[in-house]
Design a protein around this ligand. Structure first.
Ligand code: NAP
Ligand code: MG
Length: 491
């Protein structure tokens, strides 16, 4: 019997663009549908931003950057506004969680207990930095006094994906606001709703008009307009490697705006026989299947040492059987739909490829027979490194299990990928843990844990998983320009 939901799917009015502190129709008058992936039904119409709207948003952001009150606000005053926004996010957590679940399809237990608290925590962390961003005094030769200033980089364009809509927004907004930048954000076309509500909460918190602008729309139009805009100083993007490359190219061909990219992954999760194998297997299951496999850090290549391979496979297969697939608003649900028909089709294509390339589909492998974009939790055993499912980011509930014999082989095969976002190692041998984590080419390595994130810990990719770092002090470096000021001392 389904439990009585305490949060119900909200009724939502049609939405506009948020520019210069006002709700506006798009210049073209066009709108698009945002879809509930659990049913395939339209939730509401959203104004569709394009080049002309991005232009208006950039003008508003430029004006806010260079004029009072924002330009004169002290770091501590900026920090207070960011703290206020974090408080408002917590006060409105249920409503925000409902928006995430209806728009993205994620189970309400995750949006309420993971996404929204994580969003508030990120704002709180960066609020604390706002009055601690400062340069250095540098000893130089001669009668000169040299110091550095860490100035806001300026107007920033931010383009985010649909897998953690509110949380990805916080990773982008919080360091930018702490540093004193102004923002033009394009949420993903699949999930614009939480960003628009967060813009409203930011206004309620007291951010001046134009500091934050939200322009929903499509990637090739609104997104491309941000990447190409001559008056945007930096673009921060999270999404696929393919689009990340395009954004970097566009930035290079226009005004050399600064670029940070958080891209995909094919993260290896290595279980050695001397690990706490049952715990490792349970975490390995969630490392991939959390958020319907739609995580950039998904532990999609599970490398297991020969002697414990069967045990791990048995544990993860039994966990797949316990997954509660269904209505995201039912608190018992642990797996909702994929975000869209398109993602669902892509995932089914990968499952077909796994089967035809000879991997052993030990569980799942089909769509779930109900409305919406549901896919069974799918585990492939006996996966070889050259199979499509071992090489490409699937972004769905499909786990590849790979057998290995020794440490050297595990390291070599773990690194045999163009990606380098995250990795994990499970062992009770501290020397092995140290050796392997040093050898893995990834921006984050988890030892005897997985998917542990903290606003204080830098996050980003090696190789084709990204450029630059978000989170922690490193994020601030990506939202500031360093200026050397050299002053002659008494002539
Ligand atoms: P995507 O195309 O890279 O989309 C990410 C964001 O970029 C969205 O806001 C998108 O807008 C925008 N965008 C698309 N084309 C653009 C362009 N030419 N210029 C500027 N912005 C553009 O990713 P996707 O199509 O949603 O998903 C495809 C695959 O990307 C997934 O299967 C997965 O492998 C990977 N992915 C990775 C992450 C991650 O966290 N690293 C997140 C999502 C997806 P629209 O919303 O209008 O498309
Ligand atoms: Mg949607």
């Amino acid at each position: 019997m389904a439990s009585a939901p305490t949060i119900t799917p909200p009724k939502i009015e049609n939405k506009k663009l948020f520019i210069a502190g006002k709700w506006q129709d798009s210049v073209s008058g066009k709108t698009f549908e945002t879809i509930n992936p659990a049913t395939g039904d339209c939730i509401c119409q959203v104004a569709e931003g394009d080049l002309a709207d991005v232009d208006l948003a950039v003008s508003a952001a430029r004006k806010a950057l260079e004029s009072k009150p924002w330009a004169r606000l002290s770091g501590s005053a900026r920090g207070r506004l960011i703290y206020k926004l974090a408080d408002l996010i917590e006060a409105n957590a249920k409503e925000l969680a409902a928006l995430e679940s209806i728009d993205n399809g994620k189970p309400i237990r995750d949006s309420l207990h993971v996404d929204i608290p994580g969003t508030a925590a990120t704002f709180r962390y960066f609020a604390g930095w706002a009055d601690k961003i400062h340069g250095k005094v540098i000893p130089v030769n001669g009668p000169f006094f040299a110091h550095t200033r860490h100035e806001p980089i300026g107007v920033v364009g931010q383009i985010i994906p649909w897998n953690f809509p509110a949380m990805m927004l916080s990773w982008k907004w919080a360091p930018a606001l702490a540093a004193g930048c102004t923002i033009v954000l394009k949420p993903a076309e699949q999930t614009p709703l939480s960003a628009l509500r967060l813009a409203e909460l930011a206004q309620e918190a007291g951010f001046p008009d134009g500091v934050i602008n939200v322009v929903p729309g499509f990637g090739p139009t609104a997104g491309a307009a941000i990447a190409a805009h001559m008056d945007i100083d930096k673009v921060a993007f999270t999404g696929s490697t393919e689009i990340g490359k395009q954004i970097m190219k566009t930035a290079a061909e226009t005004n050399l705006k600064r670029v940070t990219l958080e891209l995909g992954g094919k993260s290896p999760n290595i279980v050695f026989a001397d690990a706490d194998v049952e715990t490792a297997a349970k975490f390995a299951y969630h490392a991939l299947f959390f958020n319907m496999g739609q995580c950039c850090t998904a532990g999609s290549r599970l490398l297991v040492e020969d002697s414990v391979y069967d045990q791990v496979l048995e544990t993860i297969s039994s966990l797949a059987g316990k997954q509660v697939i269904g209505d995201p608003f039912d608190e018992k649900t642990t797996q909702g739909p994929q975000v869209s028909q398109q993602q669902c089709d892509t995932i089914m294509g990968y499952i077909d490829a796994g089967k035809s390339e000879g991997a052993d589909c030990v569980t799942g492998g089909n769509r779930v027979d109900r409305a919406g974009y549901f896919v069974e939790p799918t585990i492939f055993a006996g996966v070889k490194d050259d199979m499509k499912i071992a090489k490409e980011e699937i972004f769905g509930p499909v786990l590849s299990v790979i057998r290995f014999k020794d440490v050297a082989e595990a390291i070599e095969r773990a690194n045999n990928t163009m990606y380098g976002l995250a990795a994990a190692v499970w062992t009770r041998d501290i020397n092995k843990a140290n050796k392997v984590s040093a050898a893995l080419k990834a921006g984050t390595v988890w030892v005897n844990c997985y998917n542990v994130f903290d606003a204080a810990a830098p996050f980003g990719g090696f190789k084709m998983s990204g450029v630059g770092r978000e989170m922690g002090e490193y994020a601030l470096a990506n939202y500031t320009e360093v200026k050397s000021v050299i002053t002659a001392l008494g002539r």
